[in-house]
Design a protein around this ligand. Structure first.
Ligand code: DWN
Ligand code: SAH
Ligand code: ZN
Length: 420
């Protein structure tokens, strides 16, 4: 039998690495094995010398921040060939347009407002701001997606955000009323530099708003495939409040949002500048009651992850033995984690379909499942499809209604392995 990279059962270990936020002791709670960079899609002739690292997550014993133990250098993750295009989903386009409109009506309603977005990607949010004629700047190191944003009329600086970049932006454009980030702040390992940059850039009454995957959702739904190289941190209200305080800010709002299966939008302000919303205390109490930061909770999470792996692999082997055709749907970053952790190769899933042109014709990193365009799905329909892009289930199942009508079935593995 082929050795599965994630088959080793990990135990809580006290690591040499310290917490990136407070320097506290890290306690490892899950090891997903040897993994490549999640968006490092390869051409079929590029598989030699593929990059791998150990994908393991830990929580800080002092400030509760969950984070990766080892990290992939940012230049290896974000560059001119970054594959994720945020505008690829209708649901995401709608969400970020609403976000922009809300900011325009509230924080950006004063005279000559200015907003900076860290990680604007293809301009999914800032294009609405640009259309409204409001001063803005995206800071986006991945040159290819930055170019897509510029084509939508968005101003973009092709740089990694840090204190140096922030000082330059402040000098050229003045103070920002809003610094925004979505699915980006948890990607940046140099957190102290980010906060020094925010401090330099933000107007005295300004806000730093960011929305990111929620540790509470990852644990509650056993969404272990949210763990990959890009997600350096797994925020909770408890850990974000501690981080804000440490770097001289106050957490004044926390709001649950449905994106990516369940995220939180955090609002930070300078201490005393805003009255905190009761939602902050409510969510903190909920996290305490659930024991979200406790080792036992994270240990039980690891047990469920191992069960999902075993059940998913057993199901796929069983279907193969019965001669059923199974393909994958969606090649999100998450599919890299799950296929590499479970040891799922083209022998179990011969290909996956994905609508992103730059992923098509390439291989899922590490597991090397070929990526084909969505048209390959119906040619002919398989018996089963593993929905790797499970966070887009409504959009995809509606689009692919004919698959189920033809007798096809979806396989889901979050929060548990099931056929629908
Ligand atoms: O944090 C991150 C978030 C914002 O996006 C990044 N680090 C990387 C990325 O995460 P992801 O790759 O897990 O994102 P998604 O949105 O779950 O990716 C969905 C994938 O499914 C895309 O490759 C597009 C594809 N798709 C499709 O083929 N047909 C999506 C939809 C909606 C569809 O109808
Ligand atoms: N905001 C979009 C895109 C998220 S993908 C959304 O929510 O869908 C994460 C983005 O962050 C990528 O485009 C990546 O290039 C960018 N990024 C990563 N590190 C960054 C940094 N240090 N500064 C600014 N952007 C960064
Ligand atoms: Zn810490």
């Amino acid at each position: 039998m082929k050795k599965r990279p994630g088959a080793r059962v990990s135990t809580i270990r006290h690591m040499d690495r310290r917490c990136r936020v407070c320097g506290g002791e890290l306690r490892e709670f899950v090891d997903l094995g040897r993994q490549p960079t999640a968006n490092g899609f390869l051409r079929p002739d590029e598989t030699d010398g593929e990059y791998f690292f150990r994908l393991a997550a830990a929580a800080c014993a002092d400030c509760a921040m969950a984070q990766l133990v080892d990290e992939v250098p940012q230049e290896r993750r974000y560059h001119g060939g970054y594959r994720y295009h945020a505008s690829g989903s209708a649901g995401h386009r709608k969400h970020f347009e609403e976000n922009a409109l809300r900011l325009l009506e509230t924080e950006l309603a004063g005279p000559d407002p200015f907003v900076v977005e860290i990680g604007c990607n293809d301009g999914v949010m800032l294009s609405t701001i640009a259309r409204a004629g409001v001063r803005h700047l995206g800071v986006e190191p991945s040159a290819n997606v930055a170019e897509l944003a510029r084509a939508k009329g968005v101003e973009v600086l092709t740089e990694f955000f840090d204190e140096r970049t922030a000082a330059g932006v402040r000098a050229r454009h003045g103070a920002a009323d809003v610094v925004f980030g979505a699915n980006t702040i948890c990607h940046i390992a140099h957190v102290a530099s980010v906060f020094r940059g925010i401090d330099a850039l933000l107007a005295p009454g300004g806000v730093f708003v960011f929305e990111e995957p929620y540790l509470g959702t990852v644990v509650e739904r056993t969404a272990f495939d949210q763990i990959y190289d890009e997600h350096v941190f797994y925020f909770s209200v408890t850990s974000v409040r501690a981080m804000a305080r440490r770097f001289g800010f106050e957490l004044v709002d926390a709001e649950r949002i449905p994106l990516h299966g369940g995220e939180i939008r955090y609002t930070l302000a300078r201490p005393g500048a805003r009255v905190p919303s009761p939602a902050v205390e409510e969510l903190l109490a909920e996290e305490r009651e659930r024991g979200l930061s406790e080792p036992g909770t994270l240990d039980r999470f690891r047990g469920r992850v191992e069960r999902i792996r075993d059940e998913l692999v057993a199901l796929l082997r069983d279907l193969r033995a019965q001669g059923r055709r199974v393909v994958g749907y969606g090649a999100p970053g998450k599919s890299t984690t799950v296929t590499n952790y479970c040891g799922i190769g083209p022998d179990l899933i011969p290909f996956v379909c994905d609508s992103t042109p730059s992923k098509q014709g390439h291989l899922v990193p590490g597991s090397h499942l070929p990526v084909r365009p969505p048209e390959a799905f119906a040619d002919p329909y398989p018996d089963y499809a593993v929905l790797f892009a499970w966070n887009h289930a409504d959009e995809i199942m509606a689009k692919e209604r004919a698959f189920r009508e033809s007798g096809g079935r979806w396989i889901l593995y979050v929060p548990e392995v099931r056929i629908v």
